[in-house]
Design a protein around this ligand. Structure first.
Ligand code: ADP
Length: 562
C-alpha cells in the first residue's frame, strides 16, 4: 500500500512537471515569436521612415552594419529591386507573395512560411512606401529556437529540483497518510480514532474478531469436553489423520499399547506401537474399510476396532478412529466358561457311568442277592453326589450372574457357624473330629443362605481333609471394620504350589483324596466348594486368605466388611 501511494504520488508529480515544462516551453516559444514579430514590424517602420528621408541609399548603408534581418525592396510589379542576402536581379518575381500582395493592397502585410530563398521558417512583414514600392523585412525562427535552447538547461535544472522536492514530499506524505493506519490497534478496532473512511472496515474487523473469539471459545470448550470424555474412558481412543499421524490419543490407549511418555500428538502411529495388527487396522480404515484385530502384549489381550472418518461433502477418507479395548478379562472368562462346561460334563458323566454300571449288573443278574443292599447304597450315593454337583453348578452359575436377586438380611456369623456345626456333627463324629466354636456374636449384612453355604463348605473341607482323631476350630470375631470368620484344622494341608489354585472350579489337589477305592467320588467332594466360597466372599465384598502347611493343617480366614 505504501509503495502504491508513493508510486502514484511520484507519477502525478512527474506528469505535472513534464506538462508544466511542456506548456512553459510552448508559451515561451509563442512569447518569443510574438516578440520577434513586434521587433520586425518596428524595424520595418524605422527602415521605411529612414528610406523616406534618405532614399534607397539607406539600404546600402545598412549593409555595412551587421544587420541580422533580411531586407527586400520590391517594385509594384513584383520585381525585386534590392535584397541584402541575395542578388536582386536573379530573384524571381515576388508579386505572388502574400505579404507583398497585402502591402500593395492595404499598405501593410505579413506572412509566416518556409522561405524559398533561405529554406527556413520565416516571418515576413511588408509595408508599402510612398513611391508604391514595397519594403519587406524577414526574420527566421532561428532566434526563437536559440532563445528557447538557452532556456532549456534552466528548465531541466528546475524540473530536476522540482522532481527531487516532489519525491521528498511524496515520501513524507505517504508516511504521514499511512502513520495512523500503521499504528492501528487491531485488538480494539473500534477504539481507533483514524480516517472516517476506515470506520466500516474497523467495525467489520471488530465483528469478525468477536465471531472468531466466540468460535475459539466454543472450540476450546468442545476440546475440553472431548479431552474430559476421552481421558476418563477406560477404552483407548486414537484419532489419526490421512497421513497416519496422531491427532489425538487418550491415556488409556497409551497404557494399553504400552507407550512410553505422554506426548504423541503429531507423531506417526508407528511411534506409538509397531504391532502389525495396529498398522493393519489403521491401513484398512484409511482405505475406507472398518476392521477389527486382536492385539496381545504380554498377558494383555486387546481388541482393536478401526473406522474411517469421512468428510461430509466429499466422500474422501480424512482419517480414522481406532478404539482399543482391554478384553483380557472377558477372554479369560470365556476360556473359564468353556473349561467349566467341559468339566461339568465330565463330572456329571462319572457318577452317571457308575450308576449305569451298577444298574446294568443288577439287571443282568450279575449281583448276588446278598449284595443288592450294598449296590443300591452305591447307586444312592452316586445319585446324591450328582444332586450335590448339580446344586453346586447351579449355585455357582447364579453367583456368576452379578445381578442375582438374593435377599440381604442381618446375619450373625457366630449363630450361622453354630447351626452349620450342629448339622455337621455326625459327619465329624464319623471322622473322629471334634468341632469347636470360639469368639462371639458378629452381625453383618449378608445373604443368609450363601453365608450358610460358605461356612458349611469350609467346615466340611476341614473335616474331610483332617486325618482324625483331630479337631476343627471355628472362630468368629468382630473387628473395627470387619467381622472375621476363621476355620482351622490340623489336617493334611495344601502344598504351597496349589494354594493359589484351590479356589479354581473343579480343582482338587489330589484326585485320590476325593475319590474312594472304586474310583468313584468320595466324601461328597465336587471340587466346586472353595470356588463357591470365593464367589460368596466377593459377592459380599469381603476378603479371603489361606494359610496352610503340608501335614500341619489349614487355616482359612474370611473377613466381611461391616
Ligand atoms: P472338594 O469338593 O474337592 O473339596 P473344594 O473346592 O472344596 O473341592 O476344595 C478344592 C481342593 O482344595 C480340595 O480337593 C482339596 O484338595 C483342597 N482343600 C480344600 N480344603 C482343604 C483343607 N481344609 N485341607 C486340605 N486341603 C483342602
Amino acid at each position: 500500500m505504501k509503495r502504491r501511494i508513493f508510486t502514484a504520488m511520484c507519477i502525478i508529480a512527474m506528469v505535472s512537471i513534464i506538462l508544466t515544462a511542456f506548456f512553459m516551453t510552448v508559451l515561451s516559444y509563442r512569447q518569443f515569436q510574438n516578440g520577434l514579430k513586434q521587433e520586425l514590424q518596428n524595424e520595418t517602420v524605422y527602415v521605411a521612415a529612414a528610406m523616406a528621408e534618405e532614399g534607397e541609399s539607406f539600404l546600402t548603408q545598412l549593409e555595412t552594419e551587421a544587420h541580422k534581418n533580411r531586407i527586400t525592396l520590391i517594385d509594384t510589379d513584383g520585381t525585386v529591386i534590392y535584397d541584402n542576402e541575395a542578388v536582386a536581379n536573379k530573384m524571381e518575381n515576388h508579386s505572388d507573395r502574400e505579404e507583398v500582395q497585402e502591402a500593395l493592397e492595404y499598405g501593410v502585410g505579413e506572412s509566416t512560411r518556409l522561405s524559398d530563398t533561405l529554406g527556413q521558417q520565416t516571418y515576413y512583414y511588408a509595408v508599402s512606401l510612398n513611391d508604391g514600392t514595397v519594403l519587406r523585412l524577414a526574420a527566421t525562427g532561428d532566434s526563437v529556437y536559440s532563445a528557447l535552447w538557452s532556456m532549456l538547461p534552466w528548465i531541466i535544472v528546475l524540473a530536476v529540483v522540482i522532481a527531487a522536492f516532489a519525491f521528498w514530499l511524496s515520501r513524507r506524505q505517504t508516511h504521514w497518510i499511512l502513520a495512523p493506519v500503521n499504528t492501528l490497534d487491531l485488538d480494539h478496532p473500534v477504539e481507533n480514532d483514524v480516517y472516517e473512511e476506515l470506520s466500516p472496515l474497523l467495525t467489520k474487523i471488530h465483528h469478525q474478531k468477536e465471531d472468531l473469539r466466540s468460535q475459539m471459545e466454543q472450540m476450546h470448550r468442545n476440546q475440553e469436553e472431548f479431552a474430559a470424555i476421552t481421558e476418563n474412558m477406560s477404552e483407548g481412543l486414537i484419532v489419526i489423520g490421512a497421513d497416519k499421524h496422531i491427532l489425538s490419543v487418550n491415556h488409556s490407549a497409551l497404557k494399553l499399547l504400552g507407550a512410553k511418555g505422554d506426548h504423541y500428538e503429531g507423531a506417526h502411529i508407528l511411534e506409538l506401537n509397531r504391532n502389525l495388527s495396529l498398522q493393519k487396522v489403521a491401513d484398512q480404515a484409511l482405505e475406507g474399510v472398518s476392521s477389527e484385530e486382536t492385539f496381545t502384549r504380554g498377558e494383555l489381550i486387546c481388541r482393536l476396532h478401526a473406522s474411517p472418518v469421512r468428510t461430509e461433502s466429499e466422500d474422501a477418507v480424512k482419517g480414522a478412529i481406532i478404539l482399543v479395548l482391554d478384553v483380557t478379562e472377558s477372554q479369560k472368562t470365556e476360556r473359564l466358561r468353556r473349561e467349566f462346561s467341559a468339566n461339568v460334563s465330565h463330572e456329571l458323566k462319572t457318577p452317571l457311568t457308575a450308576i449305569s454300571g451298577y444298574a446294568e449288573m443288577m439287571q443282568n443278574g450279575m449281583v448276588k442277592e446278598g449284595d443288592f443292599v450294598s449296590f443300591s447304597g452305591r447307586i444312592y450315593e452316586e445319585a446324591q453326589r450328582l444332586i450335590a454337583l448339580i446344586d453346586d453348578v447351579m449355585e455357582i452359575s447364579r453367583l456368576d450372574e452379578k445381578n442375582s436377586d438374593y435377599l440381604w438380611e442381618t446375619v450373625d456369623l457366630y449363630g450361622a457357624a453354630q447351626t452349620v456345626m450342629e448339622r455337621l456333627t455326625p459327619t465329624a463324629q464319623d471322622h473322629e473330629i471334634q468341632l469347636k466354636l470360639e469368639g462371639g456374636k458378629a452381625e453383618i449384612q449378608a445373604v443368609p443362605r450363601l453365608i450358610d453355604e460358605l461356612i458349611y463348605n469350609l467346615v466340611e473341607n476341614a473335616i474331610k481333609y483332617s486325618n482324625g482323631p483331630s479337631d476343627v476350630v471355628v472362630t468368629v470375631e468382630k473387628g473395627e471394620n470387619s467381622a472375621v470368620l476363621t476355620v482351622k484344622d490340623r489336617g493334611i494341608g495344601i502344598p504351597q504350589e496349589y494354594q493359589s489354585r484351590v479356589f479354581e472350579r473343579f480343582f482338587r489337589v489330589d484326585q485320590s483324596h476325593s475319590r474312594d477305592e472304586n474310583g468313584t467320588a468320595g466324601a461328597g467332594g465336587t471340587g466346586l466348594g472353595l470356588a463357591i466360597v470365593k464367589h460368596v466372599v466377593s459377592y459380599h465384598h469381603g476378603h479371603i486368605s489361606l494359610e496352610s502347611g503340608e501335614g500341619t493343617g489349614t487355616k482359612i480366614t474370611v473377613a466381611f466388611p461391616l
